[in-house]
Design a protein around this ligand. Sequence first.
Ligand SMILES: [Zn+2]
Ligand SMILES: [Zn+2]
Length: 172
Amino acid sequence: MRSNMGGVDKGGIRRVAMAVAGDMAAPLRSPCFFCQMARGSTSADLLFADEMVIAFRDIRPAAFRHYLVIPVKHIPTVKHLNRSTEDHHLVNHMLNVGKTLLERDAPQSNYRFGFHQPPFYSVDHLHLHCLALPFIPSWKRLKYSSLGHFGFIEADKLLAKIRPLSELSSQL
Ligand SMILES: [Zn+2]
Ligand SMILES: [Zn+2]
């Protein structure tokens, strides 16, 4: 292979380079990192796992305790959730898992639970931020507040938005 390169014109080298780049791009299209975590194919420490969700520590914590709860199923963002029993049940379960973990690990804290909305998310797999305050450093509160500019929606507000209509009427 290398011995052939000597006589190749510039166009030929460019074609070789593009072919290599094409090969390199293939792994990037494979399932996202959170999906791999959910399948247990990473060495990440999980705080919780069941058939619907997994929970783990945020690698860049913004508070005293900062966990993420994600669905096992790949759902890109909150915009992909519907007003349906299935999605409402899933988000409710994510919130309950996050609350249980924080109440265990930070029982005296105030909590914040919510999601970043497009375009303000860093990972293309739905994830619930579970924070036990205080924020560290304190300006991080802006990123996890509906008053900030980061499109944060609190979990309770999202649940109200996707609550199935049948459940609303049954509560009256
Ligand atoms: Zn995924
Ligand atoms: Zn996020």
